[in-house]
Design a protein around this ligand. Structure first.
Ligand code: AP5
Length: 235
């Protein structure tokens, strides 16, 4: 149950490395929405090695496995309740149909809803290149890439001066596991949202700015078309 104003949620769907975080951060600023990444929330919780849930989460994430639905939902609801924005870009949740059902029930309890599910479609070879070259700031979480999004000074965050590092789950073996977990447990959500008329498919390949524009325009067109089923055309 959410003890806050109604939330209108836009779900970002897509495999690891599809650009969910990169797109959400930029889009959130354009449409005055909050960006909520369950991966970031879990990394914060996992950083507390003194708590039992922190240790459990760290172990699951390191192997590329999903955190149990109930635990994930508790962490999400607490954070959602504290947001002042009424529109939320939800990056990394839901990841199972059970989580999608839980999200609907939770939002409905405060007159909120999922407005759309944006699917970023990217070829697998590109996903692996993106994840293998990703760097994140250990202090503020900003995301970079060794080739496509370099910081001004090597190893240092442009935003806060923090030290850049690889994400623990971006090791080659773990990337393979994460892609398998996505195919088995999360990809069924594509048909789930399609059947509800909420899926907006977006080509997630190309320049970041171009993709962000596609998402923004795709959502606007989809809304103008009466929020019916619509797959975005190829650019
Ligand atoms: P999470 O952090 O959500 O990871 P993920 O879904 O695997 O997604 P990523 O963050 O890896 O990729 P992204 O799509 O955001 O891509 P990004 O923008 O960073 O989850 C991590 C773990 O937490 C899970 O494995 C699980 O254990 C747990 N978890 C999370 N949510 C859960 C849930 N709901 N239930 C249970 N467990 C949960 O981009 C990647 C790289 O590509 C970056 O370097 C970026 O600079 C670069 N890039 C992006 N776009 C472009 C572009 N257009 N051109 C060139 N480079 C680009």
């Amino acid at each position: 149950m959410l003890d806050s104003t109604p939330k209108e949620v836009i779900v970002l769907l897509g495999p690891p490395g599809a650009g969910k975080g990169t797109v959400s951060v930029r889009l959130a600023g354009m449409i005055d929405a909050a960006h909520l990444s369950t991966g970031d929330l879990l990394r914060e919780t996992a950083a507390d090695a003194n708590s039992e849930s922190g240790r459990e989460i760290a172990g699951l994430m390191a192997g590329g496995q999903l955190v149990p639905d109930g635990l994930m939902l508790r962490i999400l609801v607490k954070t959602l309740s504290g947001l002042r924005e009424s529109t939320v870009l939800l990056d990394g949740f839901p990841r199972t149909t059970r989580q999608a059902e839980m999200l609907e029930r939770t939002l409905a309890s405060s007159n909120g809803c999922v407005r759309a599910a944006v699917l970023l479609e990217v070829d697998e070879a590109v996903l692996v290149e993106r994840l293998s070259g990703r760097l994140i700031c250990g202090a503020c979480g900003a995301v970079y890439h060794v080739e496509t999004l370099k910081p001004r000074q090597a190893g240092v965050c442009d935003r806060c001066g923090g030290k850049l590092k690889r994400r623990a789950d971006d090791a080659p073996e773990t990337i393979r596991n994460r892609l398998e977990v996505y195919a088995e447990q999360t990809a069924p959500l594509i048909d789930w949202y399609r059947a509800k008329g909420q899926l907006v498919g977006i080509n997630g390949m190309g320049e970041v700015d171009e993709i962000v524009s596609r998402v923004r325009d795709g959502l606007a067109d989809w809304k103008a078309a009466g929020q019916g089923l619509r797959e975005a055309p190829d650019p």
